[in-house]
Design a protein around this ligand. Structure first.
Ligand code: ATP
Ligand code: BTN
Length: 242
C-alpha cells in the first residue's frame, strides 16, 4: 500500500479524486483538508485542517462479490485494532462501518465498489478519523455526536504515527483476507456498539427492523432478535441507531 502515494494540502474529497482516474492497485490519496468531504448517502464529512486523517485507498481485489459484507468490515476492524493501541477508553465498532469512542463518532468509512460479472474489480476505501480536533472544530450540529482522540484522551497525538500504523495493518489484513477470505467475525462481534441492546434499522428515514442486537453471522450480516424470532440484516444503504 502507498507505493503510489498522492498528498494534498486541500482537495474536494479524496474519494472523488480516487474516482477521477484509474489509479493502480494500492494507491493512497491523503488530504490535510477536504472542501467537500463525503459521508454516506450524500452527507458531508467535516474535515478540519491538520487535525484529522482523511484518506482513500484504491484496491483491485478481484474477489467474488459474495464476500463484500465481510470484506467491507475488514477496514473498520483493522483501524479499530490499530486505534485500540492508542486509546484506553471505550472504542466500539458501529456496524457496518463507523468507529465510536465513548458513545461518539470517531471515524467513518465510505466504501465505493465497482462490480463486474460478480467480481469486485475495484474498491475505494475512504477513511476519516478525528484525531486532534477540539470541540470548537466541530460545527454545532455534530459537536454532541462527534469526538476526537484528543477530546477523549486529553492529549495531542502524532497523526503520522497513527497513519503509518493504520496503513501497515490494513495492508497485512487485506493480503491475508485475499488468501483465505477469513475475518475474525467473533472478535468484531464482541466489540460491537449496542451489542445486547435494543436497536432499529432505518432505510430512507423509516424503521425497517427493530430488536435486540444479537451479533453477527459469519458473512458479516447483523442478527436482530424480535419477540423470539431472528432477523438478518445485510449491508446496504441502512442506518443502525441505538
Ligand atoms: P449512519 O451511518 O448510521 O447512516 P451516520 O450519522 O453515521 O449514520 P454517515 O452518513 O455514515 O451517517 O456519516 C455522516 C454523518 O457523520 C454526518 O451526517 C454528520 O452527522 C457526521 N459527521 C460529519 N463529519 C463528522 C466528523 N468529522 N466526525 C464525526 N461525525 C461527523
Ligand atoms: C461516514 O461516516 O458517512 C463516512 C465518512 C467518510 C469520510 C472519509 S474522509 C476521506 C474520504 N473522503 C471523503 O470524502 N470521505 C471519506
Amino acid at each position: 500500500l502507498g507505493k503510489n502515494y498522492i498528498y494534498f494540502e486541500e482537495v474536494n474529497s479524496t474519494n472523488l479524486y480516487a474516482k477521477s482516474k484509474d489509479f493502480p492497485d494500492g494507491t493512497v490519496i491523503f488530504a490535510e483538508y477536504q472542501t467537500q468531504g463525503k459521508g454516506r448517502k450524500g452527507r458531508s464529512w467535516i474535515s478540519s485542517k491538520y487535525k484529522g486523517l482523511y484518506f482513500s485507498i484504491v484496491l483491485k481485489p478481484d474477489i467474488e462479490v459474495v464476500n463484500l459484507s465481510k470484506f467491507s468490515l475488514l477496514f473498520p476492524y483493522s483501524v479499530f485494532k490499530t486505534l485500540k493501541s492508542f486509546t484506553t477508553t471505550d472504542l466500539k465498532i458501529k456496524w457496518p462501518n463507523d468507529l465510536y469512542l465513548n458513545s461518539k463518532k470517531l471515524a467513518g468509512f465510505l466504501m465505493e465498489s465497482s462490480i463486474e460479472n460478480n467480481i469486485i474489480t475495484k474498491l475505494i476505501v475512504g477513511i476519516g478519523i478525528n484525531v486532534n480536533q477540539d470541540i470548537q472544530d466541530f460545527p454545532d450540529d455534530i459537536n454532541q455526536v462527534a469526538t476526537s482522540l484528543k477530546l477523549e484522551e486529553g492529549k495531542e497525538f502524532s497523526r503520522k504515527e497513527i497513519f503509518l500504523k493504520i496503513l501497515s495493518n490494513i495492508e497485512k489484513d487485506y493480503l491475508n483476507f485475499l488468501k483465505d477470505k477469513y475475518l475474525d467475525i467473533k472478535n468484531i462481534e464482541k466489540n460491537l456498539l449496542w451489542l445486547g441492546e435494543n436497536v432499529s434499522i432505518y432505510e430512507d428515514g423509516e424503521v425497517i427492523a427493530s430488536g435486540i442486537l444479537k451479533g453477527l453471522n459469519g458473512d458479516g450480516s447483523l442478527i436482530l432478535s424480535h419477540n423470539g424470532t431472528e432477523e438478518i440484516i445485510y449491508v446496504g444503504d441502512l442506518s443502525l441507531r441505538g
